[in-house]
Design a protein around this ligand. Structure first.
Ligand code: DAH
Length: 363
């Protein structure tokens, strides 16, 4: 059958078309041209085989089948090549350009009050003190009674606080919550007004010698303004041993002021009153802004009030079964906000709690 095409030249045709196909779409066209189910050139020829003579069938049959498998193999291999080229092109387009500069990373930092607290603790650690901790929810005994502030003592006026419903019983607690019924023997529960109760808790737990500092949050029933907060921080200090004198207190606190503010800072002690210390004192530091000559920061006096301190009252020592004839001690309490306020010249304590980035970024 002379009109039946030669399989070899067919293969040659097909090879050329496969070779020219530059995209998966173009190659799919070639596949259809040759192997399309209805009109593919090879499909049509294979269908026509049946109508050939026996002799031609033998001649063209195997050759066409061979052509079909060669063509399949050719198309599959070209499909793979084109897909690989396509992948390479997308990768090239999608690669990350690491030469682009990134957006700036904003570093956080410790809050100024945390910074001050950490610095205070590390100074006292360097002087041999250990950091202690105590509960913020206290009871009347630790917050007042054990510190020689009995129920109707005028010193309580300065430290009004928030009472909690649980552990109801005597005093204010009973008056506030009559529904709790008969007075219990438990002292009323309250939010501690100072860190001083930690002194008592530590002395109950450990025998002298004791040297601790205790930073922490305290609460007062206070109308807030530039110099008063209802929630603030203090750091308590306590040292108890044999033969501790007021000179030890002065020396330690003067050294602390030099380390915290400036080596040239001067300190002075003036008589004061706290029920849990006897004698009591207030320590002032020389104003480092005007160096003592008087300026608005020190209200013209050249001095700034820094903290309260004193020798631990023998009554407090007896209360925790420490013999005041054998042991003596000193204590001090410093306001963290106050010290930060002085150190950084901040004029409104509320700024520490407003979380304004423009303020916080300055520390
Ligand atoms: N607890 C006092 C207050 O909050 C501060 C204080 C004064 C603490 C004298 C002391 C101290 O340990 O000795 O006002």
């Amino acid at each position: 059958m002379s009109q039946f095409p030669d399989p070899k030249s067919l293969l040659h045709d097909a090879e050329k078309q496969v070779d020219h196909a530059r995209s998966p779409e173009a190659l799919a066209e070639v596949r259809i041209t040759w192997l399309g189910r209805k009109e593919g050139r090879l499909t049509v020829l294979l269908k026509q085989l049946g109508s050939l003579s026996m002799e031609d069938k033998k001649r063209y049959g195997p050759a066409l089948n061979e052509l079909k498998s060669s063509l399949e193999a050719l198309l599959t291999s070209k499909e793979k090549t084109l897909a690989a080229q396509e992948r390479a092109r997308t990768l090239e387009k999608d690669t990350l350009d690491i030469t682009l500069s990134g957006s700036p990373y904003v570093h956080g930092r410790l809050h100024p009050l945390s910074q001050v607290m950490n610095e205070l603790v590390s100074i006292f650690r360097s002087l041999g003190f250990v950091c202690a901790d105590g509960p913020e929810i206290e009871n009347d005994y630790y917050n007042f009674e054990s510190l020689n502030v009995p129920a109707n003592h005028p010193a309580r006026d300065m430290q009004d606080t928030f009472y909690l419903a649980q552990g109801s019983g005597q005093g204010t607690q009973q008056a506030l919550f009559p529904e709790h019924g008969a007075p219990s023997t438990e002292p009323p529960t309250l939010l501690r007004t100072h860190t001083s109760p930690v002194q008592v808790r530590i002395m109950q737990k450990y025998p002298p010698p004791i040297a601790i500092v205790c930073p922490g949050r305290v609460y007062r029933h206070e109308a807030q303004d530039a110099t008063h907060l209802a929630v603030f921080h203090q750091m308590e200090g306590l040292l108890v041993d044999e033969g501790v004198s007021f000179a030890d207190l002065k020396g330690t606190l003067a050294r602390f002021a030099q380390l915290f503010f400036a080596p040239t800072i001067k300190t002075r002690f003036r008589p004061s009153f706290f029920p849990f210390t006897e004698p009591s004192a207030q320590m002032d530091v020389s104003c480092w802004i005007c160096e003592g000559s008087g300026c608005p920061a020190c209200k013209g006096s050249g001095w700034i009030e820094l903290l309260g301190a004193g020798m631990v009252n023998p009554k407090v020592l007896s209360g925790v079964n420490i013999d005041p004839e054998k042991y003596s001690g000193y204590a001090f309490g410093v306001g963290i906000e106050r010290i930060a306020f002085i150190k950084y010249g901040v004029n409104d304590l509320r700024l520490f709690y407003e979380n304004d980035i423009r303020f916080l970024e300055q520390f």
